[in-house]
Design a protein around this ligand. Structure first.
Ligand SMILES: Nc1ncnc2c1ncn2[C@@H]1O[C@H](COP(=O)(O)OP(=O)(O)OP(=O)(O)O)[C@@H](O)[C@H]1O
Ligand SMILES: [Mg+2]
Length: 271
C-alpha cells in the first residue's frame, strides 16, 4: 500500500504571473516567485525594475493588473491594505511615512488596528477593557522603543529625527502590528554605516526571536548579502534569477541588467 505522502508546507507568500501596468508601461510583468516562512529574503534589481510596485501590490496599496498573490496558500489578490494588515502583512516605505507632528512614542501607539479606544461604544460598555488595551499598547510601544534603542527619543516629535532614526521608527511601526510578513523597502537607504550594522542585527533578531518572515528590497549589496540566504533578482518587471548572493553576483545576466540600468554596482571592489 502506498504511504500517504507528506507535502511540504506551502510558502508563506507566492506571487504568480503578477502584472501591473501603468498606462503603456508594464512595471511588473508576469512576475512569479515565492518566499519561505521565517526567512529573510532579499529582492534586488536596477532602479525601475518594479520592486516597490510588487510590495505595493502584496501589501494591498495597488491592485494588480493580472496574476495572483497567495498568502499561506490563500488567494489575497486585490484585498485592501487594512484587510492584509489584519492578517499580518505590513510594509515599510522607501521614504518613511511617520506622523511628523506626533512624538516617537505616539507614532508607535497609533499603529495597532482596531484599538477599542478609537470607537465610542466600548468606552461606555467596557471602559476597563479599553484602559487595559491602551496599557498593553503603551507597554508594547515602550518595549519596541527599547528594542530599537529609541527610548531616549520617545517624547521627541518624529519630524526632528535623523533620516536613520526615521528608518528605525518605520521598522518600529511595522513591529507594533505584530506582523507575520514584513516587507522592508530600502531600510538601509540614508542610514549611516554604524546604524546600518545595528539595523541588520535588529532584522536578524526579529526573524530568529519573533519568527517574522522578512522580505528586504535594498540596493546595498553588502547589507543584503549579510542578511539573506536567498536573493531574488528583478529586471524589467520579471525575475531574472534567484539564489545565494555568491551565485547571483557572478551571474553575467545580473551584471548585464545592472550595467544596462546604469547606476547600480554589484561588483566586489565597489568600482
Ligand atoms: N504610480 C505609478 N504611476 C506610473 N508609473 C509608476 C508608478 N509607480 C511606479 N511606476 C513606474 O513603474 C516602474 C517600476 O517602479 P518601481 O518604483 O516599482 O521600481 P523600483 O524597482 O522600486 O525602483 P527603485 O530601485 O528606483 O526604487 C518605473 O518605471 C516607475 O516609474
Ligand atoms: Mg523602489
Amino acid at each position: 500500500m502506498a504511504q500517504p505522502s507528506v507535502s511540504p508546507p506551502p510558502p508563506i507568500l507566492a506571487v504568480e504571473a503578477l502584472t501591473r501596468r501603468f498606462g503603456g508601461l508594464t512595471a511588473v510583468n508576469r512576475c512569479s516567485f515565492h518566499v519561505d516562512a521565517e526567512r529573510i529574503t532579499g529582492i534586488i534589481g536596477p532602479n525601475g525594475a518594479g520592486k516597490s510596485t510588487i510590495f505595493n501590490m502584496v501589501a494591498g496599496a495597488l491592485p494588480p493588473t493580472g496574476g495572483r498573490i497567495l498568502f499561506d496558500g490563500r488567494d489575497i489578490t486585490g484585498l485592501p491594505a487594512h484587510a492584509l494588515f489584519r492578517r499580518g502583512i505590513v510594509r515599510t516605505f522607501q521614504i518613511p511615512h511617520e506622523f511628523r507632528r506626533l512624538t516617537v512614542l505616539e507614532n508607535l501607539m497609533a499603529v495597532p488596528a482596531d484599538q477599542p479606544g478609537e470607537r465610542l461604544w466600548p468606552v461606555w460598555l467596557a471602559p476597563r477593557a479599553v484602559e487595559r488595551r491602551e496599557r498593553e499598547v503603551r507597554e508594547r510601544a515602550e518595549e519596541t522603543l527599547d528594542f530599537l534603542t529609541l527610548w531616549e527619543l520617545r517624547d521627541e516629535l518624529a519630524m526632528n529625527l535623523s533620516g536613520g532614526q526615521k528608518k528605525l521608527l518605520e521598522l518600529g511601526r511595522a513591529m507594533m502590528a505584530e506582523p507575520r510578513l514584513v516587507l522592508l523597502d530600502e531600510p538601509g537607504a540614508g542610514v549611516n554605516p554604524t546604524l546600518l550594522v545595528k539595523l541588520g542585527e535588529m532584522i536578524r533578531q526579529l526573524r530568529s526571536e519573533r519568527g517574522y518572515t522578512i522580505v528586504i528590497i535594498e540596493h546595498d549589496m553588502d547589507f543584503i548579502a549579510s542578511l539573506c540566504e536567498r536573493i531574488i533578482v528583478l529586471a524589467e518587471g520579471s525575475v531574472l534569477t534567484e539564489g545565494t548572493m555568491a551565485a547571483v553576483r557572478s551571474d553575467s545576466r545580473v551584471i548585464d541588467a545592472y550595467l544596462g540600468g546604469g547606476e547600480e554596482d554589484v561588483s566586489d571592489d565597489g568600482a
